[in-house]
Design a protein around this ligand. Structure first.
Ligand SMILES: NC(=O)c1ccc[n+]([C@@H]2O[C@H](COP(=O)([O-])OP(=O)(O)OC[C@H]3O[C@@H](n4cnc5c(N)ncnc54)[C@H](OP(=O)(O)O)[C@@H]3O)[C@@H](O)[C@H]2O)c1
Length: 276
């Protein structure tokens, strides 16, 4: 069976991409439509979404829905759920999640950090809960969380960003172990630097050329993550760039998740089969 046919069988006809208007999110949409699936694209700037949707329809003939939803708002998941209620949805990509402010914790108003926490923690949790439940019921699906190498530890000028990315990685790893028996794949993509418009404008503020930071191509990142979806819980795109390290190694982290999961099953007993 062809790779794109297997992908369609596993993930259904439609994919929801949260943060799907430019950069990495747009390359997820390009790759997914070329694999023969339709997309629902979410971002705040509707004209950017609509321009991408027109290109994708013209290039691939697939169906594209767009909606402007700010996923830093607490009602975001209700709005997302209503938008995809009537379609055969099989994959959700949680892409929106950057913070390129470079601000110290006290250097920005608390409200800015609260927006990032709502988007990267609260709405991520609500979205994973809603779509995991839907996918467990249909006994197939995928949840792809775009994380970051920032998930591996904290650092000055990235306090809330690294904290929220650490939250996403741990949650994704746990859900991978819980949802695998129900036919649902969960993968968190981690990488150091990606060549996105957000990165480029952050570098431009300090007159740093994009070539100087070794940014990965978003085409390569999207393809690698979509290919690795069945092989969670984590893909570290840059794993080969550094010396072997159990903190950043996909295989070592998978072993750790399996050990913790087995230990906790022994401790708490098997989960109630009526609930996933
Ligand atoms: N760029 C890097 O070097 C890098 C490195 C490691 C990890 N990552 C991760 O890669 C992902 C993509 O990063 P990125 O650099 O492309 O920047 P990003 O701002 O996280 O993602 C851009 C996409 O998300 C949308 N978006 C952002 N905030 C949103 C919100 N509140 N509501 C709805 N849509 C929103 C943007 O469209 P609108 O602006 O129109 O809303 C755009 O479509 C993030 O999760 C980031 O943490 C990036």
């Amino acid at each position: 069976m062809r790779k794109s046919e297997m992908f369609r069988q596993r993930y259904g006809r439609w994919v929801l991409i949260i943060g799907g208007s430019d950069g990495l999110g747009a390359d997820f949409a390009r790759d997914i439509t070329r694999r023969g699936l339709n997309c629902v694209l979410i971002a705040r700037r509707l004209p950017v979404l609509e321009a991408l949707a027109a290109d994708l329809r013209a290039e691939t003939g697939m169906e594209i829905r767009t909606a402007s939803i700010d996923v830093a708002q607490s009602d975001a998941v209700d709005r997302l759920a209503a938008l995809v209620d009537d379609i055969d949805l099989g994959l959700v990509v949680f892409n929106a999640g950057a913070d390129s402010s470079g601000s110290t914790f006290l250097g920005s108003p608390l409200s800015m950090w609260q927006d990032i926490v709502r988007r990267n923690v609260n709405v991520l949790t609500d979205g994973l809960y809603h779509f995991a439940d839907r996918f467990v019921r249909q006994r197939r699906g995928g949840l792809l969380i775009v994380g970051s190498a920032a998930a591996f530890g904290g650092g000055a000028r990235a306090s809330i960003y690294t904290a929220t990315k650490g939250f996403g990685l741990n949650l994704g790893e746990s859900l991978w172990a819980e949802l695998k028996p129900h036919g649902v794949d969960v993968l968190t993509l981690c990488f150091l630097v990606g060549d996105t418009p957000v990165l480029r404008s952050a570098l431009a503020r300090n007159a740093i050329p994009v070539e100087a930071v070794g940014a990965a191509s978003t085409i390569d990142l999207a393809r690698a993550a979509l290919d690795a979806l069945p092989d969670g819980p984590m893909l570290n795109f840059d794993e080969d760039l550094a010396a072997p390290n159990p903190l950043t190694s996909a295989a070592a982290r998978r072993e750790h998740v399996l050990e913790v999961s087995a230990g906790l099953e022994h401790f708490y007993g098997a989960p109630d089969p009526a609930r996933a």
